[in-house]
Design a protein around this ligand. Structure first.
Ligand code: PGA
Length: 251
């Protein structure tokens, strides 16, 4: 059976307290028209507590964009997974390419963060994806396999993890692979997961991310082995996020 899709919004370093109105608009629309998907919004850290309270009991879940490996301690500027859970987060995005590139995050670190997140009861979205140069050299499948092998922690399951395939060259650029290209990479990830996790991997959600917009979402979300999307820019506007949820193929 196909897994229940997940549409996750990654707000990155955008938003403000006033953006609560966007969350409220998403919640109102989804309460009138119950989605056939899990819907998640990951705002910056300081908004998580307020957003989680606002979203309690609604169809929208709230998540974070990173966490530290430790539960507490002398780590200036970092945020622990237990604190995120305490503030109402239920998910955390890990290993986004912007953190791999901008903060030097390695596969090993992403793996350790994943274990910390699960220990706090959070589910994780682990991000993978090739650069433009790697794609043009025909190395996409190898890069994704290497990242998956290195960043997915022991204990991953369909219940605690989703994988987001996000080609770096598609993030924030308006460029996307074709649905057939996406299906090829997702099929590869699925096979790798099945050989590692067995039957459970069949229902582990594989998200596509990178310039998903209302006008291309239907084609992407209908591709083989695509179980949802990780949406950056378009998730900041309630109308666009809702249009992407609506673009999911009928269950
Ligand atoms: P984008 O970002 O939708 O703005 O391309 C996606 C992401 O980085 O998760």
């Amino acid at each position: 059976m196909a897994p229940r899709p997940l549409i996750a919004g990654n707000w990155k370093m955008n938003g403000s307290l006033s953006a609560l109105t966007q969350l409220e608009q998403v919640m109102a629309a989804l309460s009138a028209d119950e989605p056939e998907a899990d819907v998640l919004i990951c705002p910056p850290f300081p908004l998580i507590d307020r957003f989680s309270h606002a979203a309690a009991g609604s169809a929208v879940q709230i998540g974070a964009q990173d966490c530290h490996t430790a539960a507490s301690g002398a780590h200036t500027g970092d945020v622990s997974a237990p604190l995120l859970a305490d503030c109402g987060a239920t998910w955390v995005i890990l290993g986004h390419s912007e953190r791999r590139a901008g903060h030097g995050e390695t596969n090993e670190l992403v793996k350790a963060k994943q274990a910390a997140a699960w220990g706090a009861g959070l589910k994780t979205i682990v991000c993978l994806g090739e650069s433009e140069a790697e794609r043009s050299q025909g190395r996409t499948l190898d890069i994704v396999a290497w990242q998956l092998a290195g960043s997915l922690a022991e204990g991953a399951s369909a219940g605690n993890t989703a994988i987001a395939y996000e080609p770096i060259w598609a993030i924030g650029t308006g460029k996307t692979p074709t649905p057939a290209d996406i299906a090829e990479v997702h099929g590869h990830i699925r096979r790798l997961l099945v050989s590692r996790l067995g039957a459970d991997a069949v229902t582990l959600r594989l998200l596509y991310g990178g310039s998903v917009k209302p006008d291309n979402a239907a084609g992407i979300l209908a591709a083989q082995d695509v179980n949802g999307a990780l949406v950056g820019g378009a998730s900041l506007k309630a109308d666009d996020l809702l249009a992407i949820v609506k673009a999911l193929p009928a269950g």
